[in-house]
Design a protein around this ligand. Structure first.
Ligand SMILES: Cc1ncc(C[n+]2csc(CCOP(=O)(O)OP(=O)(O)O)c2C)c(N)n1
Length: 270
């Protein structure tokens, strides 16, 4: 992957056993498999461990403010629709502080691809609970005995009900299938959302006694259930018991930048 990844930036900042390096590899392979002109790819991320991913790519990248990756990505795409814009960021970035950008980008149907690494926690800042942390789970801000008193978002349901035209979920151990979905997401003319359920042994695993990175990744494989085409509202995610994976939405809708260009042509009387 040396053509795509800045080897001079290695080793990754990611902790041992973290899934984010795998997700980065998925995106690089998806780009390679599609054979797209790499100089036309823009990688955008927010702040967080996953947010550091953009800096590893040898193309135009934006390491933006926390929660605003999708907003920046929409701006890039609208300014230059010839570019392929890919967002890679964490669940906190995409669905908590950036949650509003996510739902409105789905609704607008701007042609960008969002790869969200869901490690169930705010990894970079030391393991606070976030929008995907499950009820009763422990974190630095939801310690024992009570654990998290909130309930998590199911990101597949959120993206699908907000209007995304392509929605998939895989875990970090489904590298080939996830790469295929990322390829489809990039090729799709519309808003694509791909969730990668990952392991954060350092923050989430330690607090919830889930073992090291190897154990956590084995667990992801054990509880994953592949159900392509399932209605998205049935795509359950219960980290310890059942992670429904697959491609759940693939629909056609007018794409924002194309509609905008058409309106601009008409306004000019063309
Ligand atoms: C406006 C703003 N608020 C809060 C922060 C602190 N902060 C940095 S990373 C982060 C959470 C990252 O969690 P997530 O997006 O899930 O990514 P991960 O680190 O788990 O990959 C937070 C709250 C910040 N940098 N900027």
């Amino acid at each position: 992957m040396a053509k795509y990844i800045r080897e001079d930036r290695q080793p990754w900042i990611y902790c041992p056993g973290c899934s984010i390096g795998i997700a980065t590899g998925m995106v690089a392979r998806a780009i390679d498999n599609l054979g797209i002109d790499f100089s036309k790819i823009v990688i955008v991320s927010g702040i967080g461990c996953t947010g550091r991913t953009s800096g590893y790519f040898k193309t135009g990248t934006y390491h933006t403010t926390h929660g605003r990756a999708i907003a920046f990505a929409e701006g890039v795409k609208i300014a230059n629709p010839a570019l392929e814009v890919i967002v890679i960021s964490g669940d906190g970035d995409i669905a908590a502080i950036g949650g509003n950008h996510l739902i409105h980008a789905c609704r607008r149907n701007v042609d960008i691809t969002v790869v969200c690494v869901n490690n169930e926690i705010y990894g970079m800042t030391g393991g606070q609970f976030g929008p995907t942390t499950e009820h009763t789970k422990y974190s630095q801000t939801s310690p024992p005995p009570l654990g998290n008193i909130e309930w998590p978002f199911n990101l597949v349901k959120l993206a699908a009900s907000s209007g995304a035209t392509f929605v998939a979920r895989w875990t970090a151990v489904h590298a080939r299938r996830a790469t295929k979905s990322i390829e489809k997401g990039i090729a799709k003319k519309g808003f694509s959302f791909i969730e990668i359920v990952g392991a954060c042994p350092t923050s989430y695993g330690r607090m919830n006694r889930l073992g090291n990175g190897v154990t956590m990744h084995k667990h992801l494989l054990e509880v994953a259930e592949i159900q392509n085409g399932l209605p998205p509202h049935e795509a359950e995610l219960v980290y310890e018991k059942r992670i429904v994976c697959g491609e759940f939405v693939d629909i056609e809708k007018p794409e924002y930048t194309e509609v905008l260009a058409e309106k601009q042509r008409r306004a000019r009387g063309e």
